[in-house]
Design a protein around this ligand. Structure first.
Ligand code: C2E
Ligand code: MG
Ligand code: MG
Ligand code: MG
Length: 285
């Protein structure tokens, strides 16, 4: 960019860079502060069983809530947290909050709903940290059948032996495993057969291009078929359209998540959702 603008761009570039660095340093400082004060809230997005219309579970999605300011979404701070080496502290906060929620929900309408948690590849590759997480979960006394970890393909593409070991430990604790954003990374089907995985989540970019795009639909159909043949449950994420939902159901996709069913919402709204429309109309196959 600087090159294209020509001679006088050094000054301009420096100012931009300076501004960038200042904002970043500022964000970093605020993020440390946020961790200290635990200024994060969880939103929950329903996952729907496409055939029956029943709620299957929810995904916990973190939001940063600076005092008196607007919520900051994960795209605005997770990568930074990973970069500066504080993602594990955020993961701990999320896991602790989820365990507390599950315990507290046992009293009411949200009892028994499984919750999935996004685990950064950096955390997943750290055995000591994963052990600490499991210990924390154990001590919380939460029913681990209700917990699921979502891992991206990057997390699996390091040391396969390590990955296999951690996954089998999680499974021994009855924690479910999802592969998130499938199709965007290395997308190797071979690890799917080598690892004890429960769910495959097809990335929303495929779902969002399936309309009027036969190639996209063909890829989705193949992913569903392979996953089903390997005994995995398939989740389509980012469904925004009723027709797409029905189509995915016809293709054999088990679960769906997306704005067409429900946006991520806070605990109160989730309770309303569950009370009011616990079951959607099932699709007629
Ligand atoms: P993800 O795990 O793939 O989560 C799905 C994202 O898609 C969420 O964005 C969700 O709000 C959004 N989404 C759901 N349905 C639709 C839809 O129909 N249309 C569209 N356009 N978007 C939809 P969100 O909450 O902003 O999170 C973004 C990403 O940040 C997540 O992607 C996940 O990778 C990461 N993330 C979220 N929470 C955590 C966390 O607690 N820890 C870590 N390490 N990462 C997290
Ligand atoms: Mg996820
Ligand atoms: Mg995803
Ligand atoms: Mg995604």
């Amino acid at each position: 960019q600087a090159k294209r603008k020509g001679k006088n761009t050094y000054c301009c570039f420096n100012t931009e860079l300076e501004e960038y660095v200042m904002t970043r340093v500022n964000t970093e400082t605020r993020l440390y502060e946020a961790i200290r004060k635990q200024d994060f809230v969880l939103h929950f997005q329903p996952k729907i069983d496409l055939q029956s219309g029943w709620l299957h579970g929810v995904e916990a999605l973190i939001r940063w809530q600076p005092e008196g300011q607007k919520l900051i979404y994960p795209d605005g701070f997770i990568a930074l947290a990973e970069e500066i080496g504080i993602i594990s502290q955020i993961t701990e906060i999320v896991v602790r909050q989820v365990c507390e929620k599950i315990a507290c929900w046992q009293q009411g309408a949200l009892a028994g709903i499984p919750v999935s948690i996004n685990i950064s590849a950096i955390d997943f590759s750290n055995s000591a940290f994963m052990n600490r997480l499991m210990q924390m979960i154990n001590e919380s006394g939460v029913d681990t059948h209700l917990l699921e970890f979502e891992l991206t393909e990057t997390a699996l593409f390091t040391d396969l032996e390590h990955v296999r070991k951690v996954i089998s430990e999680l499974k021994a604790y009855s924690i479910g495993i999802s592969i998130d954003d499938f199709g965007t990374g290395y997308s190797s089907f071979s690890y799917l057969q080598q690892l004890d995985i429960d769910y495959l989540k097809i990335d929303k970019s495929f779902i969002q291009s399936m309309k009027n795009n036969e190639k996209s639909s063909a890829i989705i159909k193949s992913m569903i078929d392979v996953a089903r043949n390997l005994g995995l449950k398939v989740v389509a994420e980012g469904i925004e359209d009723e027709n797409d939902a029905q189509m995915l159901c016809l293709m054999g996709c088990h679960l769906g998540q997306g704005y067409v069913f429900a946006k991520p919402c806070d605990e109160k709204q989730l309770e309303m959702y569950v009370k009011n429309q616990f079951r959607r109309q099932p699709y007629v196959l």
